[in-house]
Ligand binder design. Structure first.
Ligand code: THU
Length: 157
C-alpha cells in the first residue's frame, strides 16, 4: 500500500483590479450575468460567462423551475449555450459569480459537481485547458484548468 496525495494550485486575488485585462472583462461579464438569474425558489443568483479562444464572451445564469430538478445552474446554461450556438469554437475560460439580492458573496461560490463534469467535457472538446475564475467580493480564485477543480476527471470510457 502507498499513501498518495493530490495537490491543486490556484491563485487568490484580493481585488478584481489585480486581474489581467481579459480576466477582468470575463469576471465583470459573470457579475453582469447575475442580473438575468431566474431564481424565485432559492433567491440565489448565479452568473457565468464563457470566453472563447478569440475573446468572444457569452453569458448564462441559473434558471429555476417549479419542478426543481428541471432547473439548471448558471455554468451549464452558459456552456450549453456556448456549445450550441458556436459549436466550432474552443472555450478558453469560464467565470462564475453568485450572490443574493444583488450582493455578491464575499468568498466565491464554487461550482457543483455536475457543472465541473460538464466543464471537463468542454475542456476535452476544446482541446486546451479551460481557465476557471471564481469571483467573490472579498477574493477571487483562478484555476488554470478544470483538472484543478476536479482531480481524477472521468473523461472517457
Ligand atoms: N447554482 C448554480 O447556478 N451553480 C452552481 O454551481 C451551484 C448552484 C444554482 C442552482 C440554484 O438555482 C441555486 O444556485 C441554489 O442552489
Amino acid at each position: 500500500m502507498t499513501n498518495k496525495e493530490i495537490k491543486i494550485a490556484y491563485r487568490e486575488y484580493e481585488s478584481l483590479e489585480q486581474l489581467e485585462a481579459e480576466e477582468r472583462k470575463l469576471a465583470d461579464a459573470a457579475i453582469d450575468a447575475m442580473k438575468n438569474a431566474y431564481a424565485p425558489y432559492s433567491g440565489f443568483s448565479v452568473g457565468a460567462a464563457v470566453m472563447f479562444e478569440d475573446g468572444e464572451i457569452v453569458k448564462g445564469s441559473n434558471q429555476e423551475n417549479a419542478a426543481y430538478p428541471s432547473g439548471l445552474c448558471a455554468e451549464r446554461t452558459a456552456m450549453f449555450y456556448a456549445s450550441a450556438s458556436r459549436p466550432d469554437k474552443a472555450m478558453a475560460a469560464i467565470a462564475i459569480a453568485a450572490g443574493q439580492k444583488g450582493v455578491i458573496c464575499g468568498t466565491p461560490a464554487t461550482p457543483c459537481g455536475a457543472c465541473r463534469q460538464v466543464m471537463a467535457q468542454y475542456q476535452a472538446k476544446s482541446g486546451r485547458p479551460m481557465k476557471i475564475l471564481l469571483v467573490g467580493a472579498d477574493r477571487t480564485w483562478v484555476f488554470d484548468k478544470v483538472d484543478d477543480l476536479l482531480p481524477l476527471i472521468f473523461d472517457s470510457i
